[in-house]
Design a protein around this ligand. Structure first.
Ligand SMILES: Nc1ncnc2c1ncn2[C@@H]1O[C@H](COP(=O)(O)OP(=O)(O)OP(=O)(O)O)[C@@H](O)[C@H]1O
Length: 253
């Protein structure tokens, strides 16, 4: 689905030239949950911005859905973008729209009638378990609820890929696992490719099929993770349950 070959990206400020990505080559397969990790400043955000078409690259080749992304027309780029969705650490909900309207927004922006958009959004709201919140405004939501709404909004357009940029960084552990379980469920049910950037290593191990470790703009390691396929539905069971998810996570890394 994604094929990057020798991607390079530098930033220039008044004094320095910073090599943010220095010859990065890898592929992401359709239906995969792919993690990107590394210390602060190694190039994770730069890579995610390139993968999600928010930033250009200086050298190399980036193929997405069999299309070379270098010389796309505005229309071609928009068509590719329509296959993608993004969830953020800060949820990025619009606070003057209701929960349901937030979810419907990407559909309305794509020209779908408000009636149809709201119907589809209600289904998504049920899917993420928050139909009782449809008339509420984001200010009333907990962090976990807000992220579920943001996931519903990402999913309502039936994207081929969801970019998840530190989506659990501002959540407590239990809620973070619930959110990752939801992403795992989405991946299993809809075959959505998920690209997950996080510094929370245990969560990366829980969620991802393969993980890319960046160091100073280069790939240090790219390997499969023997993650558990279980969905975490009950936090207590993680710690005290017979099926000890924690020990699976730790022993397989
Ligand atoms: N717009 C920019 N202008 C100048 N330098 C930049 C810019 N964006 C990133 N950089 C530099 O590129 C390097 C990689 O930055 P990047 O944000 O990709 O790292 P990161 O791994 O995402 O870090 P963090 O985990 O702290 O977000 C850093 O040295 C950073 O200072």
């Amino acid at each position: 689905m994604f094929k990057l070959t020798n991607i390079k990206k530098t930033f220039k400020d008044k004094k320095n030239i910073v090599s943010a990505l220095d010859g990065v080559t890898f592929e992401i397969k359709s239906g995969e949950i792919f993690g990107i990790i590394g210390k602060s400043g190694v190039g994770k955000s730069t890579l995610l911005k390139i993968l999600s078409f928010q930033s250009t690259y200086d050298e190399g080749e980036f193929i997405f859905l069999d299309k070379d992304t270098k010389n796309l027309t505005h229309h071609e780029q928009r068509q590719l973008l329509l296959e993608t969705s993004y969830i953020h650490q800060s949820f990025s909900l619009l606070y003057n729209l209701s929960v349901l309207e937030n979810i419907a927004l990407p559909l309305i922006l794509r020209g779908i009638s408000k009636k149809e958009a709201l119907e589809k959004s209600k289904k998504m709201l049920s899917y993420v378990g928050l139909i009782h919140k449809e008339k509420e405004y984001p200010i009333t939501l907990s962090g976990g609820e807000a992220q579920r709404i943001s996931i519903a909004r990402a999913l309502v357009t039936q994207p081929k890929v969801i970019y998840a940029d530190e989506p659990t960084s501002s959540l407590d552990d239990a809620t973070a696992y619930e959110i990752l379980s939801l992403l795992k469920q989405i991946n299993q049910e809809f075959k959505t490719t998920i690209i997950f950037v996080s510094h929370q290593t245990e969560l990366v191990k829980y969620l991802c099929d393969r993980v890319l470790l960046l160091e100073k703009g280069k790939i240090k390691r790219l390997a499969e993770v023997k993650n558990t396929k279980e969905l975490v539905t009950d936090y207590e069971s993680i710690i005290w349950g017979d099926e000890n998810v924690w020990s699976n996570l730790y022993s397989n890394w």
